[in-house]
Ligand binder design. Structure first.
Ligand SMILES: Nc1nc2c(c(=O)[nH]1)N[C@H]1C(S)=C(S)[C@@H](COP(=O)(O)O)O[C@H]1N2
Ligand SMILES: [Mo]
Length: 152
């Protein structure tokens, strides 16, 4: 059974199966990819908000300071090495408020065996729809462009 690891600047890093992701409220997103090559592709995804999953893992920011929250990034990787980034501010209700999902179902089929899929409903084409997610890293980029843990 496919699992994903939540790691980085989190008080409670976790390894979660697709079944575990159903412990959060499930949201639905009907999306259309409109990539250059093969015309519009319609899909319906269901799963928890990535924001809710990260919130429960204890993100290492000062939750009361928007400016602190705005420093954080997530890097989402698939088992095949494809990976992409999302800014925390895209997800945060005080900023982009985008309902990014970690999907547990695609077009009515469970993703338990395949693994969760990242869903960025506002994206026009599919590159951030990382399938078979194995890792979600959460953290900041240091002043010199190096990955760094947040300052204490
Ligand atoms: N794990 C993984 N997910 C991935 C990719 C990939 O190479 N690996 N390619 C992305 C890209 S570029 C696109 S356009 C969509 C394509 O989705 P489809 O194969 O369902 O059309 O998957 C995305 N998710
Ligand atoms: Mo793509």
């Amino acid at each position: 059974m496919a699992k994903l690891m939540l790691h980085g600047a989190l008080d409670r890093p976790a390894t979660l199966s697709v079944a575990d992701l159903r412990d959060w409220p499930q949201h639905r997103a009907a999306v259309t990819f409109d990539c250059a090559t093969n015309g519009p592709q319609h899909h319906v995804f269901e799963g928890p908000l990535l924001r809710d999953v990260i919130q429960d893992a204890g993100p290492g920011f000062d939750a009361h300071r928007r400016k602190d929250r705005s420093r954080f990034l997530l890097a989402i990787s698939g088992g095949d090495g494809h990976h992409t980034v999302v800014a925390w501010a895209e997800l945060d209700g005080d900023f982009g408020d985008t309902p990014v999902l970690l999907a547990t179902r695609l077009d009515g089929s469970d993703l338990d065996d395949a693994g969760a899929q990242l869903v960025v409903p506002s994206d026009r084409c599919g590159a951030r729809y990382v399938s078979a997610v194995t890792r979600v890293w959460f953290g900041t980029v240091g002043e010199r462009g190096t990955s760094a843990a947040p300052s204490p």
